[in-house]
Design a protein around this ligand. Sequence first.
Ligand SMILES: [Zn+2]
Ligand SMILES: [Zn+2]
Length: 324
Amino acid sequence: MRAMRVHAPRKPLALDEVPVPQPGPGQVLVKVLACGVCRTDLHVADGDLTECTYPVIPGHEIVGRVEKGGKRFAAGQRVGIPWLGWTCGACEFCKSGRENLCPKARFTGYHLDGGFAEYAVADERFCFLLPVCYGDAEAAPLLCAGLIGYRSYAMAGEAKRLGLYGFGAAAHILAQVARAQGREVYAFTRPGDSRAQAFAKRLGAIWAGGSDETPPARLDAAILFAPVGALVPQALKAVKQGGCVVCGGIHMSDIPSFPYALLWGERRVQSVANLTRADGEAFLALAAKTAIRTETKTYALERANEALGDLREGRLEGAAVLVP
Ligand SMILES: [Zn+2]
Ligand SMILES: [Zn+2]
């Protein structure tokens, strides 16, 4: 099969011819129909995440058709394969509903080969059935941008006024969910990015501006999807007392020091790590009954480097999706 692989950090992905993987016990082999491109794929390609062995096939928003293997799905069924690829099932975290924190967890497109390829294998216990109302490319961003975005959203609590910093794939999905639930969305983009601000407003943001701007109302909570640590004190300034700043990314640049007064008033800074299968089931059930329009730009598999470049440079509205 054809696969786009990372051979070394900060090198373009290479189009390689590799054997079709064969499913082991409890695994399914899927033919990849679409695979979303996530910021974490950039972190893998750039070597910001250091636990993988090269070469590795990135991609953890896989929509695939089951070919064979396992017992849970019939051949021909469409499944989604997310970031969480395997957990030990025995540690204190796995046994207390926090498998996202399992120290032995293995992640798709990082420890395990992912979906920038024509085929992929996955542990069937970690796959999801996908709502039929979404096409293959439209469903792909739900699997990480949607799902880990939703975990971040849940961490933000009942916030009526919600700030979203970084208006990319995750925020564009979450803004629609928040709006459907009657919340006010304040979108923060790179300063001067009027195109992203217009995009946010089209998706229901009540206000959109630069991340250096003060919103017209104080926020109950903010979620950071941009991997920029300097936004943490910025967001704390925008959040009222008792509010929460949720860091939704897996990797972030250092957070600069800031006066305690910004945290005072029982404000909290919270990170979000990975996802649990329960998060996936909850979010996909919500996605099935909420009309979320995922905006996607599709690329042929061999154009993965172009997709990653567009994501890096902020040239996308919504999500990039590879279609083999
Ligand atoms: Zn565990
Ligand atoms: Zn992701």
